[in-house]
Ligand binder design. Structure first.
Ligand SMILES: Cc1cc2nc3c(=O)[nH]c(=O)nc-3n(C[C@H](O)[C@H](O)[C@H](O)COP(=O)(O)OP(=O)(O)OC[C@H]3O[C@@H](n4cnc5c(N)ncnc54)[C@H](O)[C@@H]3O)c2cc1C
Length: 507
């Protein structure tokens, strides 16, 4: 019960950003903004971070982006997680596919299995080292946008309230987002009419190197994710939910989990010692626009997915990486606010749309019923996955290194269609060189063949926006201007400093 309402003294000093929600997305957003020098407050209505394993997958591209955050950040995740290279699909008792993540062109040639409570712990501790503490038991109730600020009403567990001004408000407040509701945005999409169970249990009887194993069985799907030692995450569909998508199954018992392993997996598997038994239904929804004026949405507040492919949390964290450098440049007065901030929604909404389509398709394929349909699916899948280029493409898509912004309003190309990467694509990430976008200033990188002095002028003119040294490439015909988040902004003729200058001037 809240105590009698008190009002805290109105905060006069305007903070740059209020982040609502200290889940993985809010914490990533805060860490990125703070390293770029913005003043940030991050609030969460809960008294402590989640103790649940929830999202357990961090893909290669997310590790690359975390690596830009600060020295050793990615290593903290790797030390707390489990590296897994293979995803196997079994059907009719036979293995029909293996996706090998060690083939992906990235320094992180694996998927990291790590529980969400650990992900949040690492991010929250890192943020504290940067000097920002999560303000817990602090709930955003409402806000009002003004010409140059957002006035926010916060309420504390003891009933005290605070009204504070911020330049920007970012709603990272999850699927039931208060910020989204207050903006009046609809969460368009649907709820799949299937019930699912989730069990974190210890399993014996699995041999070989740790791998993600997905079983397509006539009775339904079974997915097994290793979490280290004998602990596994089990996910399985368990029949239809109510017509309004409300789950009817309830949490499973250990006996039910064992039965599913017996039928859909193999008789050798023995489940024991349950850590978490839960159930869920799948929502596939997104907002049309991630921004209204000075208010932004990110993570589950903006899009929710089927857990097939484990893309939800990763996609949300990428929202943060996309928005933070743009907001930093705008706050420093180095760029025009509108085109840069508008591109956040255009880019991230397009990615969420693709993720929703892909994970929705994967879920439907896995849920196919009927003997004929299933045997056709298994046959086609084993043919398609027999092709090495398909397996490689799958690995690149799953690891999110293939994610890009081909239709971004920030892209510019002056020809050179055959020279990759194209505008909007991820610039290659090399282990030997420092990642683009590290440090306390969001800077673009100029990648071109040996410097013959052609770029000296623009390097000086745009010192606030450009890395001070050229990054050499082997392609002597072309240059690339790469954004602080590692995606190509401009492709032009080598030596065309004018194109680079025009691009940066137009920002
Ligand atoms: C059972 C389960 C399994 C999942 N498995 C996977 C998986 O395998 N892979 C994957 O990628 N994703 C998975 N997900 C999804 C993943 O957990 C979410 O995508 C992720 O948590 C989203 O992070 P977020 O920071 O956007 O939101 P959240 O983690 O939901 O955090 C939002 C935070 O905002 C706070 N908040 C809300 N409203 C307010 C307010 N008004 N004021 C202050 N604070 C507020 C909440 O307390 C919460 O801490 C799973 C989810 C569940 C539930």
């Amino acid at each position: 019960m809240r105590g009698p309402a008190r009002t805290k003294a109105k905060t006069n000093m305007k903070t740059d950003v209020l982040i609502v929600g200290a889940g993985p997305v809010g914490l990533t957003m805060a860490a990125e903004l703070v390293r770029y020098g913005l003043s940030v407050r991050i609030v969460d209505k809960n008294s402590q971070r989640t103790d649940k394993s929830k999202a357990i997958v961090i893909w290669s591209r997310t590790l690359e982006l975390l690596d830009r955050m600060g020295p050793g950040v990615t290593d903290r995740f790797i030390q707390a997680g489990l590296k897994v290279e293979f995803t196997n699909i079994f059907a009719g008792g036979k293995q029909i596919a293996q996706v090998d993540l060690s083939t992906v062109d990235t320094p992180f040639k694996f998927v990291l299995l790590i529980q969400q409570n650990e992900t949040e712990r690492i991010l929250e501790e890192y943020l504290a080292e940067l000097g920002v503490k999560v303000e817990r038991e602090t709930e955003l109730q409402d806000f009002e946008q003004r010409a140059d600020s957002v006035s926010c009403n916060l309420v504390y567990a003891d009933g005290a309230t605070e009204n504070a001004e911020f330049s920007w408000l970012i709603g990272c407040d999850g699927a039931h987002s208060t910020v989204r509701h207050r903006l009046g945005m609809t969460f368009e999409g649907s709820t799949l009419l299937n019930d699912w169970i989730l069990a974190d249990v210890h399993i014996s009887g699995i041999d070989g190197p740790p791998s993600v194993n997905i079983h397509w069985h006539s009775a339904g799907i079974l997915a097994l994710f290793p979490l280290g030692g004998t602990r596994y995450r089990v996910i399985a569909d368990v029949g239809a939910s109510a017509s309004d998508g409300i789950g009817v199954h309830g949490n499973p018992t250990l006996e039910e989990v064992q039965k599913i392993l017996d039928v859909r997996g193999s008789k050798e598997l023995r489940a024991d010692d349950p850590v978490w038994l839960s159930s869920f239904t799948i929502n596939e929804r997104k907002v049309a626009d991630y921004r209204k004026g000075r208010v932004f949405l990110a993570g589950d507040a903006a899009h929710v997915h089927s857990p097939a492919g484990g893309q939800g949390m990763n996609t949300g964290m990428h929202d943060a990486f996309n928005l933070a450098w743009k907001l930093a440049l705008v706050s420093r007065g180095l760029c025009n606010a509108e085109p840069l901030l508008m591109s956040y929604s255009a880019e991230r909404s397009a990615v969420a749309k693709l993720v929703l389509e892909a994970t929705g398709r994967a879920t439907k394929v896995a849920l196919m019923r009927g003997e004929v349909e299933q045997s056709l699916r298994n046959h086609i899948a084993s043919l398609i996955f027999g092709l090495a280029p398909v397996r490689h493409m799958m690995a690149s898509v799953l690891s999110e290194v293939a994610v890009g912004y081909p239709d971004s309003p920030l892209n510019t190309s002056c020809g050179f269609e055959h020279s990759r990467p194209a505008p909007g694509e991820r610039a290659p990430v090399h282990e030997q060189t420092s990642a683009i976008g590290t440090g306390s200033t969001p800077r673009f990188a100029l990648c071109a063949a040996a410097d013959d002095g052609a770029y000296k002028g623009i390097m000086g003119e745009f010192a606030g926006l450009l890395e001070p040294t050229l990054r050499p490439t082997s392609d002597s015909g072309c240059l690339w201007l790469v954004r602080p988040d590692g995606y190509v902004a401009l492709r032009a003729r080598s030596g065309d400093a004018g194109a680079v200058g025009a691009y940066l001037l137009g920002l």
